[in-house]
Design a protein around this ligand. Sequence first.
Ligand SMILES: Nc1ncnc2c1ncn2[C@@H]1O[C@H](COP(=O)(O)OP(=O)(O)OP(=O)(O)O)[C@@H](O)[C@H]1O
Ligand SMILES: [Mg+2]
Length: 616
Amino acid sequence: MPKKVRKVKIFQRAADAPALPETPFKFICYFVNQFRWWYLAIIILEAIHATCGIMLPYAIGEIIRSVTRSPDNSQPILDAIRQPVILFTALSLGEVVFGRSAGLLMTILHPIHRQHIVRSLYAYLQHHSHRYFSSSFAGALAHRIGETSLGVTQTMQMLISEFMSVIIVYIVSTILLYRVYPPLAAFVGLWAVCFISISFWLATRCRIYSRIAAAARSETTGIIVDAITNLTSSRLFARLGFERRYLNEQLRLELKEVRKSNWYSERIRWFQFISAAILKVGTLYYSLSLWNQGAITAADFVVATSLSLLIISEARNLSRRFLEIFEHIGNIANGVLTIIQPHELIDRDKAIAHSITQGKIEFRQVNFSYLEGKQVFQNLSVTIQPGQRVGLVGFSGSGKSTFVNLILRVFDPQSGQIIIDGVDIRDMTQEALHAQISLIPQDPSLFHRTLMENIRYGRLDATDEEVIKAARKAHAHDFIAQIKEGYHSLVGERGVKLSGGQRQRIAIARVILKDAPILILDEATSSLDSITEKAIQDTLDLVMNEKTVIVVAHRLSTIAHLDRILVFDQGRIIEDGTHNQLLAKGGAYYRLWKMQAGGFLPVKANNQNVSELPTR
Ligand SMILES: Nc1ncnc2c1ncn2[C@@H]1O[C@H](COP(=O)(O)OP(=O)(O)OP(=O)(O)O)[C@@H](O)[C@H]1O
Ligand SMILES: [Mg+2]
């Protein structure tokens, strides 16, 4: 029989990323450990605070004992009760001082602790691959970072100030009652054990209902957000009423789930009220009968009944607290399991910050596929010489962007090598690689920061004058000057307040500042009108000077003047030469050039390949 192969998860982590634990429990311990002295101090203060609180009925009992004893005594009543009154005052004071000191420490610690967790998770997340981010929602990841960090501090707060104090209250009160009359302690102790166990069990059951209700609420929010995002479409299709009805349907489902969860909570409340009544009435009757039999004194009777009231006030909502802590732990688990995944692309141990001096790019026998079984490149080999300016053409989906992404190491090939200046790019640090290649993508996205900051992203130490100079070269200065706040205006999320062409010009300005030895343009001028493109082309030619350049373009006129053209077809390079050579050859490029008549590539009809297009 073949041996069952166990799939071992290889956990690789970028060297710069913090070594965060991969399970929620270890994750909490890891972060609590970093602030252990703070937590130790808080635990001690909270423990004293809870003990002071539960000792108060004992002090009251002592006062009563002194008062009831004093007639037999020659001692004046005030003298007799002095000590118990001092004890009572000290305990009350202790409750306030220790409780508030613990509160103060928590108030100082929690925001710091939370920020520390956010920082670490963010630093970890930064090293995830493009593939990871393309399969996750950015908003959801940000939300998870927040929830996870909040989860840790809130879990600790609940454990210390809620659960620990309940446990202390139970233990101390059982001891106090044991001193009074052991069976009374047994009664309260047994009650506490049953109450905690049943509360825990109810909370685990309730968790399922509240999780479903929470999911239904999130779904509603998702639908509303989606509808608001697409509100213009709804309006233009006259579908506002339809959208309201669509939401109503979801609200109806949500109501059903929320009701179920609320009914269950209500049942839990019934349990708590009944248990509290049993403890209250039970202790009262039991201690009354004990007093009646002379087994305990009046003072003990007061101690027993006030202890039971105190226990009830502490134990109130215990199930709810269990539920809340489950929720916090669930949030932590959620965040940890999504964010703390192995990093896909990490620098090798021996990776060097190699500096690219010439810019020679070689693909050697490269095999690459995004998904298993759907090969994009098969044994692709090509060399781009230093300083060569190369245009890539081919139908949509032929592999041009993939080619560029492999050079940028957005993905690693399954086999083969990509070599820059004689060094396999996997032997270079990613930081060095990315610092020396500039990319102008088809749809550049900008930060929601000022235009000045967005352009300066190319070189952080550039002066304002240098930024403006770069913007002028990229033909961006004129439109920036027309905006009210000029270089200091914000561009909206991802740059939505700018047109596609304006965004591209900002991206070009950025790259001019970066001045890297390898330049890649992936449809970089596609959003520009012909006149602006023509104007920018001169700048780009200037920027391309003495650099290795790769230009992906559908508009063949933008690449016709380059040193070399590679024609891609279904992941293969089917033609390679200068514009004139390829035209003279009368092959695929020639046919594309003819069909385009100076415009764009035709839309690929009926799955035709470039090589199958009609000849003259
Ligand atoms: N992230 C991805 N996951 C899975 N498949 C992908 C991914 N990106 C691209 N592909 C597939 O890989 C192939 C090559 O795509 P690529 O983006 O390189 O084409 P392209 O030549 O740049 O096209 P276009 O001219 O439209 O930009 C296509 O079949 C495409 O569907
Ligand atoms: Mg592309």
